[in-house]
Ligand binder design. Sequence first.
Ligand code: GLU
Length: 491
Amino acid sequence: MTVRTRIAPSPTGDPHVGTAYIALFNWCFARQQGGQFVLRIEDTDQVRSHPASEAKILEALRWLGLNWDEGPDIGGAYGPYRQSERSAIYRGYAEQLVAAGHAFYCFRTSEEVEAIREQRRQAGLPPGFKLTNPQLNAQEVQRRLAVGEPYVIRLNVPDSGTCTVFDQLRGPIEIDWSQIDMQVLLKSDGLPTYHLANVVDDHLMEITHVIRGEEWINSTPKHLLLYQYFGWQTPTFYHLPLLRNPDKSKLSKRKNPTSILYYQRMGYLPEAVLNYLGRMGWSMPDEREQFSLADMLAEFNILRVSTGGPIFDLEKLDWLNGEWLRGLSEAQWIERLQAWAFNEAYLRPLLPHVQKRVEKFSDVISLTSFALSGNLKLNAADFHATGLLEETTRKILQFMLWTCEQEAEWNKNVVEKICSHLSQLLDLKLKLLMPPLFVAITGRKESVSVMDAMVIIGSDLTRARLRQALSVVGMPSKKELKDWQKEYQTL
Ligand code: GLU
C-alpha cells in the first residue's frame, strides 16, 4: 500500500498557522513512508471561498517549503484537486445513497428544520437533528421534484446506540448517535456539503491516512457512516490537538496573529516557523528545541504526538527565530534579508512616494521605516493629537480592522474602497477618518500616504498594526464590542 496523505483547506480566509501545522505533520508522515502528500482545495462553500485566499494558501505552504505531489496548481492522476471543479461527481454518490435507503430527499424549509430543533431542545432530547419517518414515498418525492420544490439530500443516521471513532492518537472515542445530525449531504443549490465531498474525495484520491485537527472528531461518525454505506475502506484517522492561545483558548486572530503571511512579512524565517510548529505537541527524542525539517523527518513518529493543547506563544517563537538567525552564515544573512524586504519587488512601490519627498538618500530610512518594521513604537499622545475623541478613534480602528478582515484581495482599489466605505459607515469625512489610521499604520506624523502604506505593507501587517494601535488607545470593552458589532452589521 502506498501511503497517501492530504491537507484539504477551505480557501475562506488567511492561510492559517493551523493549516501549516496540519500540513507539516501530513508532509512528514507521507515523506517518511515514501508516500504522497496531496493538496486539495475544499471550496464547496461558494459564498465564503475566494481564489485570492487559495493563492495565499499555496504561497504560504511554498514559503514554508512543504511541497506537495499533487494539487490544483500541478495536477496529478487523481485530479481535479479543487472541489468546485468536481461538483458533477458528488450528486451521483448522494443519489446512490438515496437509492440504497441510506439517505433521503428532504423538502423541509429552514424554518421547519429550526422548529424541529427547537422542539427537541424543549423536550430535553439530545442535540442531533433527527426526523421521525424522514422518508417520503417514492411517488411523493417524484411529485415534489417535478414541481421544482427545493430540497436537500440528508444522511440517514441511527437514533440510538454509539459510534466508536478509532483515533490513532487517542484510542477509541465513543460518540452517541443521538448527538449526530441527519446531515445534509447535498445542498439545495446542488453542491455537496463538506462531509460528502470530503469522504468521496478521500476515497477517490485513495487517501490512506487522514491527519487533521481535533475539531473534526465530532464529524467523524458521519464520515464513518458514509464509508460504511458506500462499502469503502476507511482511512486511518489521527486528530492532532488544536493550537491554543497562551490563555488556553483556541488560537484566534483576536489574540495572536494567525496568518502565515504575517509571519513572513514580520521577518521570521520559514525554518523557524516550521521548527516552532514541529514542537506543537511533538518533540525530538532528545528533546532539543532547535531542529530542521530534515531533522524532524529523520526522527518523525506521529504516535509521539501528545494531545494536550499546545500553546502557540510568540515569545517562544521569537526566541527560536533569533537562534535560527544567529545560525546563518554572513552570506545567508544577506541573502535572506534581501529576500525578506530589501529587494526590488518590495521596495519599488515605495519609490514614487519617497522620491518626491526627500532631499537626500539619508532621508529615505525615516520615511520608509513603516515598511521595514514589525510592531511600531506607538503612543497614545499621537492619537490624541488628531483631535478626535478617544472613543471615535477606537471605533475607527476597530471598524477598519473588521472591514480589512473581510477582504480577500489587497491592492490600491480595495484599500480606497475600504476607506470610503468606512467613511460612509461612520459618517465621517475622509479628512477626519485618516489621521488616526495614519498614526496606526506608519507610526509617524508624516510619511507616505496611508492608503499607499497599507498597500505596501500588505493586509496582514496592516491588521496587526490596527490591533496594536487598539491596544495602545484602549481595547473596546465587551459591551462596546457588542454594540459596535451590531452597528457594523446593520450598516
Ligand atoms: N476543509 C476542511 C478544513 O478546512 C478539511 C478538514 C479535513 O481535513 O477533513 O479544515
